[in-house]
Design a protein around this ligand. Structure first.
Ligand code: SF4
Ligand code: SF4
Length: 146
């Protein structure tokens, strides 16, 4: 089941230029209805349930199914992030609540290396040439469409 926004909890990220869920979605699925100041998933069939929007939402407004490998069917899962950990609240079908806290990073906030420590071909992350190309392709250059 794709993610969906609970409109009662969504505050539209208080009218920022780009909402947190818009910023984080790798598929560019989240949009903000500026009249209602509520976000929604515009193409649920394209959602791969990566949980990014679920975890970044500051008001816990984005809901998603919990995978069966960590919660039983019909249990709801709600994350609450802090800078170094994430607390998952699991609500089971019979109403029992359980909370699990996990560390989420070993690198200090703001210190992550964008390219994972690997050099890009020209030191530019926006370049179309990937790390270790063209040598890894055994080419003298990476061909591009002119
Ligand atoms: Fe609404 Fe949460 Fe998206 Fe912000 S991140 S617009 S509060 S769903
Ligand atoms: Fe986008 Fe992932 Fe949220 Fe789906 S779960 S809407 S792919 S951020």
């Amino acid at each position: 089941m794709p993610s969906f926004v609970n409109p009662e909890k969504c505050d539209g990220c208080k009218a920022l230029d780009k909402t947190a869920c818009q910023h984080i979605c790798p598929n560019d699925l989240m949009v903000l209805d500026k009249d209602k100041m509520k976000a929604y998933n515009r193409e649920p069939e394209m959602c791969w349930e990566c949980y990014n929007c679920v975890k970044i939402c500051p008001t816990q407004a984005v809901e998603i199914r919990g995978y069966a490998d960590f919660v039983p069917m019909n249990a709801s899962v709600t994350p609450l992030r802090s800078t170094d950990s994430i607390m998952w609240t699991v609500k089971f079908r019979n109403g029992i609540l359980k909370r699990f806290k996990f560390p989420i990073r070993t690198t200090e906030e703001g210190k992550a290396q964008p390219a994972g420590g690997f050099e890009t071909a020209h030191g530019d992350l926006n370049d179309h040439i990937l790390a270790q190309e063209p040598e890894a392709l055994k080419l003298s250059e990476v061909y591009t469409i002119k």
